[in-house]
Design a protein around this ligand. Structure first.
Ligand code: UD1
Ligand code: CA
Length: 480
């Protein structure tokens, strides 16, 4: 169920596209479902901003069922029933219903729910939890304490005063015998505090019809918590990141002060890598083993090999970094930066759409954009590839073993052949052949004795100046 607006978020973005752990709520839920059934057997009920929601999860291959007007979770199931019946496909015997805003749900818990459902021969099996504060959730009422059997689910606003303390919440995740669920959907009404069709009303209807409704309490409370407000969303985000950090540490990654790090759910890190405090590892980032990621670095959608050192304050976005490379401090690797094995990109260096070959070094204050740089190249301090002519981008090509002197500007398109030298301070506008030395700067002029000569000339001028501007009084005094 992913059709709701998420009114309580006060956001333009549909609720199920809000992110926890760096990934949309709905993608988490689909990923959990995909561990049980192939994606084409997952029906995603979409309504509010349906196009946007569909676009965001289309790559998963799930089917979409439109619910253009969202009249409650019960209505979502009515729409699904009509859609399935119209499709003519044989109805599945059982249906696992997930809420698009309950993202921390674990595959193990879902399979436990399905197993219990089949074992109990239940018409409906409800996943529940007992959180510290159940306020806001629907409550699951058991036939007797300790009994698996449920008599009803009562929504928060419909709780009688004597039910307010009921501790067990409905997670919004259920297993149904499809025929039993579908037989009750026409009986639910909107006669309630929200004026919506409640799916939860089906529980009591099934019980009244002599069907078996049971509950399974989830192993951990966090995994069934919903995200209805930004504050709840951030609570889940924190829980998910804590779980991600624990998973990585269990795999041999050292994370100092994991509470200060922001690590997205999909990030992978190899063993013996050390992550210092205040590091962000985002999106589809993959980091090899024995790396060190120092504080205040932000690595996004990037792939790092083994034994890479990312010194403090680096920013990487869609970059690839080879084994043993050293970055930073304060290096900025923009998209399509490919840093070769053992290469160095140092202080205040920026790269974009640039390949830096094996063992090449750009250690200080450079901009390398749209450049293809070979192996063993030394890029001096302050070198700049002038890749943009105001209208188009051009490529700079640098061969193996080239030495580019400090403060040179390489005006693209331009190429420098293998082993060539560029003198410091050069402005290179023409190709430099392999093995050549290119110097593109004004000749130095040296004037020996110039400083003393100038000093003498100035002193003479001052004296002449003073004698010409004496005051009359001074002149008279002198006469005495
Ligand atoms: C629901 C349950 C409540 C439970 C809670 C757990 C009902 C009536 N109540 O309440 O017992 O404790 O979840 O999180 O079901 N949706 C649709 N179409 C609609 C309405 C909602 O697809 O017409 C989707 C929403 O996008 C959301 C999910 O269903 O992903 C749950 O809806 P929401 O409005 O958040 O239900 P709750 O009020 O949280
Ligand atoms: Ca909810």
């Amino acid at each position: 169920m992913a059709a709701g607006k998420g009114t309580r978020l006060n956001s333009k973005r549909p609720k199920v596209l809000h992110e926890v752990g760096g990934r949309a709520l709905l993608l988490h839920v689909i990923a959990a479902a995909e561990t049980l059934v192939p994606s084409k057997e997952i029906y995603c009920i979409v309504g509010h901003q349906a196009e946007r929601v569909e676009a965001a999860v289309a790559a998963t291959g799930v089917s979409f069922v439109p619910q253009p007007d969202q009249r409650g979770t019960g209505h979502a199931m009515q729409v699904l029933k009509a859609w399935l019946e119209l499709s003519g496909a044989p109805l599945p015997k059982h249906l696992l219903v997930l809420s698009g805003d309950v993202p921390l749900i674990r595959p193990q818990t879902l399979s436990a729910l399905c197993e219990q459902h089949l074992r109990e021969h239940a018409a409906m099996t409800i996943l529940t939890a007992v959180p510290k504060d159940p306020t806001g959730y629907g409550r699951v009422l058991r036939r007797a304490a300790g009994s698996p059997e449920v008599t009803a689910i009562v929504e928060q606003k419909s709780l009688r005063p004597d039910q307010l303390a009921a501790p067990e919440i409905n997670s919004g995740i259920y297993c149904f015998e499809t025929a039993a669920l579908f037989s009750k959907l026409d009986l639910i009404s909107t006669d309630n505090a929200h004026g919506e069709f409640y799916l939860t009303d089906v529980a009591a209807l099934l019980v009244a019809g002599g069907k078996r409704v049971v509950a399974l309490e989830a192993a951990s409370v966090d995994e069934v918590l919903g995200a209805n407000t930004i504050a709840e969303m951030m609570h889940l985000d924190q829980a998910m990141r804590a779980a991600t950090a624990l998973r990585l540490m269990a795999q041999g990654v050292t994370i100092f002060r994991p509470d200060t790090c922001v690590i997205d759910a999909e990030v992978t890190v190899g063993p013996d890598t050390v992550i210092e405090p205040y590091v962000q590892l985002l999106g589809a980032t993959r980091i090899g083993s024995e790396c060190r990621i120092r504080s205040y670095s932000v690595v996004q959608h990037s792939v790092l090999g083994n034994c890479v050192v990312v010194r403090n304050g680096c920013i990487l976005d869609r970059a690839e970094v080879g084994d043993g490379a050293v970055l930073g401090p304060y290096a900025h690797l923009r998209p399509e930066s490919r840093i070769g094995e053992l290469a160095h990109v140092g202080n205040f260096c920026e790269t974009k759409k640039t390949t830096l070959g094996r063992g090449s070094k750009a250690n200080h204050l450079t901009y390398l954009g749209d450049a293809v740089i070979g192996a063993g190249v030394n890029v001096g301090a302050g070198v700049i590839t002038c890749n943009y002519d105001g209208a188009r981008k051009h490529t700079t090509t640098i061969g193996d073993g080239v030495f580019v002197g400090s403060d040179s500007t390489l005006v693209a398109p331009v190429s420098i052949g293998d082993g060539a030298y560029v003198g410091a301070g050069s402005c290179i506008t023409h190709p430099v052949p392999a093995g050549a030395l290119a110097i593109g700067r004004a000749h130095q002029v040296t004037k020996e004795g110039w400083v003393a000569a100038r000093r003498a000339a100035r002193a003479a001028a001052r004296d002449a100046d003073q004698s010409g501007t004496q005051s009359p009084a001074h002149a008279i005094g002198k006469k005495k």
